[in-house]
Design a protein around this ligand. Structure first.
Ligand code: NAI
Ligand code: NA
Length: 409
């Protein structure tokens, strides 16, 4: 069968397996083309490894110099009568294939990271395949739901403001339009649920579990990814439900940092990333015009990065550089003093970038957003996430689903 992109709103209903393979390969090629990390972790657990920042972390740590062995956890769909399967499914398969070809151990566990079953499976795999210990745990889950481990009740996050409603625009990738969108104000229950899903509780539980099972090496580190953004977006992000959940994540980092320091001489950090097009971020209503403007400006200034550039720079220059991550170097004076934030949004938040972004945002409307903002870049980034639009793939060729079904993650 020949696979074409099918987009509904901001959701891709199809993915191209060999396009995903090429997208993974391009990221591998990138990290091999820049200055390598000269140190790094040997064994890494990545929760949320199949796309976005988690996948980019995995690629950077394996192919960007550190030669890390990786255990990736993700929630993805394989081929079935319902369809070809999700992009992340193929990212897992083709990452692993590429890693193994170079002699690196790469294991995938596909299942619900919130479940006890997956935790047990991870523990067993670390014992069996990773010599019993890991050096780095990356927490990069992005999801809208989390089951309560005690009751099985499901918390659902919501993307809302806190306080006042916000009216703006979102891109509609299906029809290439900018459409009016509104964020309504969340109630207390919705804020609570969003914090349960995207805050730090599950990260803390993972660390407790790994410590209790004695699976963390001495001096092991853990990272979780976050977003803050410029003040102009505070009403829709930093001060909204997701931002409140992220503040909880930041508070959790302080607790985990103390815990790891005491128990294994380890460390926890929050990495504040740049706004990028991922499967998760396209969902945030009224946020896309900001990304359109940001991409336009940063590409013009020559300091635009995607997930892979962000993650290679993070590990090579901020975490595993010769200087290391001494806490004093990554403290952020605006935040609580014992919270070590690593700022990968440093270029995004440059005053000269934000000045231009604000100008473009003020001009942008439903008629001119394709010119004023980088809509073409936004759309092609979205298509590439699903394996479409890669120059090295012949999309007229049918793919053999039976052959693909035999590939296991
Ligand atoms: P993504 O959607 O590309 O990746 C999410 C990952 O989580 C996937 O591997 C998915 O399979 C996995 N996942 C989701 N639910 C799961 C479950 N129940 N069990 C196991 N795996 C599950 O998202 P993205 O954007 O890479 O997000 C990762 C983190 O980065 C999030 O914390 C997000 O807030 C943060 N971040 C994202 C930014 C952006 O602009 N995209 C900016 C700054 C931070
Ligand atoms: Na991720």
């Amino acid at each position: 069968m020949v696979i074409q992109p099918e987009i509904q709103g901001v959701v891709a209903r199809t993915a191209h397996p060999y396009g995903c393979q090429q997208a993974v390969q391009q990221q591998i090629d990138y990290v091999q083309s820049v200055a390598p990390m000269t140190q790094g972790p040997l064994r890494v657990l990545i929760l949320g490894a199949s796309s976005g920042f988690g996948l980019a972390s995995r690629i950077a740590l394996t192919f960007g110099g550190a030669q890390a062995e990786t255990l990736g956890v993700s929630y993805e769909r394989g081929p079935s009568d319902k369809g070809i399967g999700s992009a992340g499914w193929y990212n897992n398969i083709f990452f692993k294939q590429a890693a193994e070809q170079q002699g690196y151990i790469a294991k995938n566990i596909v299942g619900d990271a919130f479940s006890d079953e997956v935790r047990q499976h991870v523990a067993q795999t670390i014992r069996d395949e990773f010599g019993g210990h890991i050096d780095l745990v990356i927490y990069s889950l992005a999801t809208g739901i989390r089951p309560d481990p005690e009751t099985g009740e499901v918390w659902r996050s919501c993307l809302k403001t806190v306080g006042e409603n916000f009216s703006g625009y979102s891109v509609d990738l299906e029809n290439d339009e900018l459409v009016p969108a509104e964020l309504t104000a969340a109630n207390d229950e919705e804020i609570f649920a969003t914090t349960k899903v995207m805050g730090g509780e599950d990260w803390q539980q993972w660390i407790n579990f790994l410590l209790s099972e004695n699976l963390l090496a001495p001096k092991a580190k853990t990272l979780a990814y976050s977003y803050i953004g410029p003040e102009s977006t505070y009403p829709i992000y930093h001060h909204g439900t997701l931002g409140i959940a992220k503040q909880h994540l930041h508070q959790t980092a302080i607790a985990i940092n103390q815990q790891l320091a005491q128990m294994i001489n380890g460390q926890a950090n929050i990495v504040v990333c740049k706004a990028l097009v991922t499967k998760a971020s396209v969902f945030i209503p009224t946020f896309s015009p900001y990304i359109l403007a940001l991409f336009k400006v940063m590409k013009q200034m020559g300091n635009h990065e995607g997930c892979i550039e962000q993650m290679q720079r993070l590990f090579a220059q901020k975490i595993y550089s010769a200087a290391g991550t001494e806490k004093k170097q990554c403290n952020d004076s605006d935040e609580q003093s014992d919270l070590a934030l690593i700022r990968m949004d440093d270029w995004e938040l440059k005053p000269e970038v934000q000045l231009q972004v604000n100008k473009l945002m003020a001009e942008m409307n439903a008629d001119n957003f394709r010119q004023v903002g980088d809509y073409a870049g936004y759309k092609s980034a979205f298509l590439a996430l699903n394996g479409f639009g890669l120059s090295s793939v012949d999309y007229t060729q049918p793919v053999d689903i039976e052959e693909l079904s035999r590939l296991a993650p």
